[in-house]
Design a protein around this ligand. Structure first.
Ligand code: ZN
Length: 83
């Protein structure tokens, strides 16, 4: 058995070994899925972890802005500048 696994919130950086009311977000360029915390979902490749609704919403807002803004100021359309 592995030792206790810890997860880190993508927004505030808090780390928890028992993320009871956390959320999991899985997303691609065209789709974003919010999942209730399940170890299976949390450990899936590409899953992101958030310590609560507020921080999950921050990420969703950023994602929506990115998805709905084809050409951010100063960038050419089609140039994907996400890290
Ligand atoms: Zn957080």
């Amino acid at each position: 058995m592995a030792s206790l696994q810890e997860y880190q919130c993508e927004i505030c950086g808090i780390v928890s070994g028992k993320p009871v009311h956390w959320f999991v977000i899985q997303c691609s360029n065209s789709q974003l899925t919010v999942l209730k915390w399940e170890p299976e979902a949390a450990n899936a490749p590409g899953a992101r972890h958030y310590c609560g609704e507020a921080h999950a919403q921050i990420y969703i807002s950023r994602w929506l802005e990115a998805a709905c803004t084809p050409s951010p100021a100063g960038a050419h359309p089609g140039a994907v500048g996400r890290e």
